[in-house]
Design a protein around this ligand. Structure first.
Ligand SMILES: Nc1ncnc2c1ncn2[C@@H]1O[C@H](COP(=O)(O)OP(=O)(O)OP(=O)(O)O)[C@@H](O)[C@H]1O
Ligand SMILES: [Mg+2]
Length: 389
């Protein structure tokens, strides 16, 4: 069988297809080129970004380094000792820290020198082993997670200045007190001297002699009273104590000055709710303290007025209260009420309240004074007491 004749038209179609394919190839390679260019641009863009980020990072690292250097320089220059501790190990410290604690080593465990003793002030240590005498070092620890910063501050000079100021204030107070004592003693002493010189006069009539002798004695009694008052002020610990009932103490105090109230026409209204409680005291000292309050109340009261004397127990504390209807405590006295020789009375020594406070505080008690809103003053003595066994 003869081969089939090829159709010329189909040849035309073959050439077209080639043409199409070529066109497609052209198109594809153009698009590839486009993609490649795009990719190239992307790469350029990314490279530029990377370079910018790198530059930024370099600046940041430099800044960080700068800040670290600055901090390190600051740390070196700080007069306070600073130690950085991480997970219990020393990672950094400044010269001031090593001056305060010898033998610091990076990487070694951190601990305060054993010979450093705590003082009574929180965070304060007596660094006794430091070569140049005793130092007082304040140690503060600021912890955050496993890291902590330990600050060491040499407060020796502050502590010394404080102690010096306290000593000076005490000396000033002593000087003032000595001047006050001299002032208190001067009048009765010079009066006594005057009477004594009269007595030395050989021509003195017998009656006058007896009178001067009596006056001299009065002045000497006053001087003796002053001296024992002053001793009462400086005495600290109650020497002989006894256990007495609180009610008995209250009655005892009232009995000591009751007649004075009657004489002055002032009513003493008592409310004694002492129950079975007992109190361990030096009877004479505490009775005198209460009497001093009653006498002061009487001093400021006028006939017809009332003084309230209350005794009650709250917890294990006896409250002994004296309240008057007088003019109240002068505002100028409020801050000095319990200081020796503070008085507004011409004939007062100003020792009554200071002796009372010394006695009460020696018995672990306290004494307070307030002006009442309804007028008058209220003094309260609080002392430890207990129910009778
Ligand atoms: N109940 C009171 N009301 C008002 N002021 C008072 C009262 N008690 C005390 N004061 C004030 O406190 C001052 C000091 O009292 P304190 O008892 O220590 O001394 P004094 O009474 O002046 O003298 P003395 O040593 O003779 O007792 C008084 O001078 C007075 O100004
Ligand atoms: Mg008094």
């Amino acid at each position: 069988m003869a081969p089939a004749l090829q159709n010329p038209a189909s040849n035309i179609t073959g050439a077209d297809s080639l043409q199409d394919a070529f066109q497609m190839f052209l198109h594809a390679s153009q698009s590839l080129e486009g993609h490649q260019q795009h990719l190239h641009r992307e790469i350029e863009h990314l490279s530029a970004n990377l370079a910018a980020t790198n530059a930024k990072l370099r600046v940041q690292i430099a800044e960080k380094q700068d800040a670290t250097n600055r901090l390190r320089a600051l740390l070196q220059a700080l007069p306070a000792g600073v130690l950085l501790v991480e997970a219990g190990l020393v990672v950094e410290y400044n010269p001031a820290a090593s001056a305060l604690i010898g033998g610091l080593t990076i990487g070694q465990p951190w601990r305060l020198p054993e010979q450093w003793a705590r003082t009574s002030v929180p965070d304060e240590y007596l660094a006794g082993s430091v070569d140049d005498g005793d130092k007082v070092v304040q140690v503060r620890i600021v912890a955050s997670g496993p890291r902590s910063m330990i600050q060491l501050l040499d407060v020796t000079s502050t502590v010394q200045t404080h102690a010096r100021n306290e000593r000076e204030a005490k000396l000033v107070a002593m000087g003032r007190m000595a001047a006050d004592i001299a002032h208190q003693l001067r009048t009765p002493l010079s009066t006594a001297l005057l009477y004594a010189s009269h007595l030395a006069d050989g021509n003195l009539a017998e009656d006058d002699r007896a009178q001067f002798a009596q006056r001299l004695r009065d002045q000497l009694v006053r001087l003796e009273g002053l001296a024992s008052s002053m001793l009462g002020f400086v005495r600290e610990r109650p020497k002989q104590v006894e256990v007495i009932s609180l009610a008995e103490l209250a009655e005892d105090a009232i009995a000591s000055c009751g007649p004075l109230f009657e004489k002055r026409g002032v009513a003493l209204v008592r409310s004694i709710e002492a129950g079975e409680n007992v109190i361990t005291i030096n009877r004479q000292q505490i009775r005198s303290a209460i009497v001093a309050l009653l006498e002061n109340a009487l001093e400021v009261s006028t006939a017809g007025q009332t003084i309230a004397f209350d005794v009650r127990v709250e917890g294990q504390r006896a409250h002994i209260v004296v309240q008057d209807q007088g003019p109240g405590i002068a505002s100028s006295m409020m801050d000095h009420l319990f200081e020796p020789f503070s008085t507004t009375r011409v004939t007062g020594t100003g020792l009554g309240l200071s002796i009372a406070r010394t006695a009460v505080e020696a018995h672990r008690g306290q004494i307070d004074a307030v002006n009442c809103t309804e007028g008058g003053a209220r003094f309260t003595v609080i002392l430890p007491c207990m129910a009778e066994l």
